[in-house]
Design a protein around this ligand. Structure first.
Ligand code: IPE
Ligand code: IPE
Ligand code: MG
Ligand code: MG
Ligand code: MG
Length: 297
């Protein structure tokens, strides 16, 4: 019985994912491109990910009173950018990983050249998706602006991540926060803001959603760092225990596991606090926050 209830909660949480995946598939099938490139993009993009960013887009749209179909173009677009970031993150020149979402990484499945080019193509396809899918030009422009800034911020974060000593005069903990706010926080924050904008948020609603997003964005990467040292490769579907060997600045590496877990709880509470002004329309966001704090994958 308890298990049935749990799976019903999980099903409700991931409910928006199917529509987003269908939207992504239709878009790629309708876009002219070499068959090898389409196959490469679909291999990476449609592999079994958690789809947290597109779910956040849809739920933030709903939280501010918007209809969920309005969120589909930015929801698809953020999943495309996220996958571009994963494909390039896994390349031999970066984290050099062979496993992603329980499958060979794209450069292992095809070639490095194809993985680089698929990542490049995904960057621009995401913007095409928004411009094709939103018919109010001012809103499309605003959403593209959000996505462009967040994508650049994510890349900035990846640069800092590859050079963790980029400025030894800055204390290590501040450098760590800068890496995490950018490499991971930026796309999560953008997911929430794009959803709120697509749903026609008021200024106050957008400000509250942004506070929520800022907290869960950092929290998400703290949890990712914790899982790297506490879970197995089989459980994660990606190589575990790699950060320390690669000299990455991480929360457990810098402040230890207990303090990292406390930080997750602090950020979780901050995210809930940001949603105080919302009624039940934000319950899905409250549940997502708790899931993101306690996930094991
Ligand atoms: C992994 O993100 C990359 C990070 C930013 C830590 P997710 O854990 O959301 O990956 P998928 O999409 O579920 O595979
Ligand atoms: C990933 O950080 C951040 C981006 C892909 C932008 P990680 O390198 O920690 O992500 P995983 O652990 O490989 O998923
Ligand atoms: Mg990385
Ligand atoms: Mg990595
Ligand atoms: Mg990681």
């Amino acid at each position: 019985m308890a298990q049935t209830t749990q799976s019903a909660v999980a099903a409700a949480r991931t409910a928006p994912a199917a529509a987003v995946e269908a939207y992504l598939s239709r878009f790629l099938d309708g876009r002219d491109m070499p068959a090898h490139l389409r196959e490469a993009i679909k291999y990476a993009l449609l592999a079994p990910g958690k789809r947290l960013r597109p779910i956040l887009v849809v739920r933030c749209c709903e939280a501010v009173g918007g209809e969920s179909h309005l969120a589909l173009p930015p929801a698809g677009a953020i999943e495309i950018i996220h996958n571009f970031s994963l494909v390039h993150d896994d390349l031999p020149a970066m984290d050099d990983d062979d496993l992603r979402r329980g499958r060979p990484t794209l450069h292992k499945h095809t070639t490095e050249a194809m993985a680089i080019l698929a990542g490049d193509a995904m960057t621009t396809l995401a913007f095409e998706m928004i411009l094709d899918g939103i018919d109010v030009p001012a809103r499309a422009a605003l959403i593209c602006r959000e996505l462009a800034t967040a994508t650049t911020d994510m890349i900035n974060g990846q640069v800092y991540d590859t050079l963790p000593n980029w400025d030894p005069t800055v204390p290590a903990f501040d450098r760590l926060k800068t890496i995490h706010h950018n490499k991971t926080g930026a796309l999560i924050r953008c997911s929430c803001r794009m959803g709120a904008i697509a749903g026609g948020a008021s200024e106050d609603q957008l400000a509250a959603i942004t506070r929520y997003a800022q907290a869960i964005g950092l929290m998400f990467q703290v949890v990712d760092d914790i899982l790297d040292v506490t879970q197995t490769t089989e459980q994660l579907g990606k190589a575990a225990g790699k950060d320390a060997g690669k000299g990455k600045l991480t929360y457990p590496g810098l402040i230890g596991l207990d303090a990292s877990r406390q930080e997750v709880q602090r950020l979780q509470a901050q995210a809930h606090d940001a949603l105080k002004g919302f009624t039940a329309s934000a319950d899905a966001l409250r549940d997502l926050c708790d899931y993101m704090a306690t996930r094991l994958k």
